[in-house]
Design a protein around this ligand. Structure first.
Ligand SMILES: Cc1cn([C@H]2C[C@H](O)[C@@H](COP(=O)(O)OP(=O)(O)OP(=O)(O)O)O2)c(=O)[nH]c1=O
Length: 189
């Protein structure tokens, strides 16, 4: 049995595309980057903590695999998680404007005594965004709950001049790496 430790509807929707049966676990893991924690170490640690928090809920069910994931937007040494409000979201978009950033999604798959992990790294280039364009996007509310204050799956697609990597990875669950992990652990054939 597979359980996805996530409240993200996008992760559920993406995992369902692999045709695997799974249940959900609701977890609350604080996402706080350590002062000098490298961005990729941070995204991996949070994914591991989400999976670990999920596993604690199912310890009594042997053979259960728990999948946790974390997505962060990285610009140089800065890491953009989910914006706290519209102002924070606008400031993230201003900083991403006209530049190329990295989107990392880490995956952690755990079961009692076993774990496997993977990371998907994509490069996303944004068009130069003027204040009016940013204000329109903020008005749409699509930035809410999304790392870096945008969703590649929605209206922000028109901001993106180039993507090198994984569209599903930017959305929160890289299907290539997820499928490979699930096969390695025998969760899917
Ligand atoms: C960059 C980007 C992020 N996102 C989303 C994916 C994640 O849901 C979110 C990043 O926050 P996460 O902390 O990775 O995930 P979450 O809080 O939504 O869900 P949970 O921890 O319960 O699994 O941003 C998009 O939907 N589209 C995008 O283009």
């Amino acid at each position: 049995m597979l359980r996805l430790a996530s409240r993200s509807p996008r992760r559920s929707e993406l995992l369902a595309r692999l045709g695997v049966d799974f249940g959900l676990l609701e977890i609350d893991v604080p996402e706080v980057r350590g002062e000098s924690e490298p961005p990729l170490d941070y995204v991996s640690r949070v994914a591991r903590e989400k999976a670990g928090a999920g596993l604690l809920q199912v310890v009594a069910v042997p053979g259960t695999w728990v999948l946790g994931a974390d997505t962060e937007v990285i610009l140089g040494d800065e890491v953009f998680g989910k914006p706290v409000d519209a102002e924070d979201a606008a400031s993230m978009l201003q900083r991403l404007s006209g530049r190329t950033h990295t989107v990392a999604t880490a995956l952690w798959l755990v079961s009692a005594g076993q774990e496997q992990h993977a990371i998907s790294i994509s490069e996303v280039t944004f068009d130069a965004l003027d204040d009016a364009r940013i204000a329109r996007y903020i008005e749409s509310g699509e930035w809410q709950g999304k790392a870096g204050a945008y969703g590649i799956q929605g209206a922000a697609q028109e901001f993106i001049s180039h993507l090198s990597g994984s569209h599903s990875g930017v959305m929160g669950l890289p299907l290539f790496e997820t499928g490979r992990l699930l096969r390695q652990c025998g969760v899917i054939a």
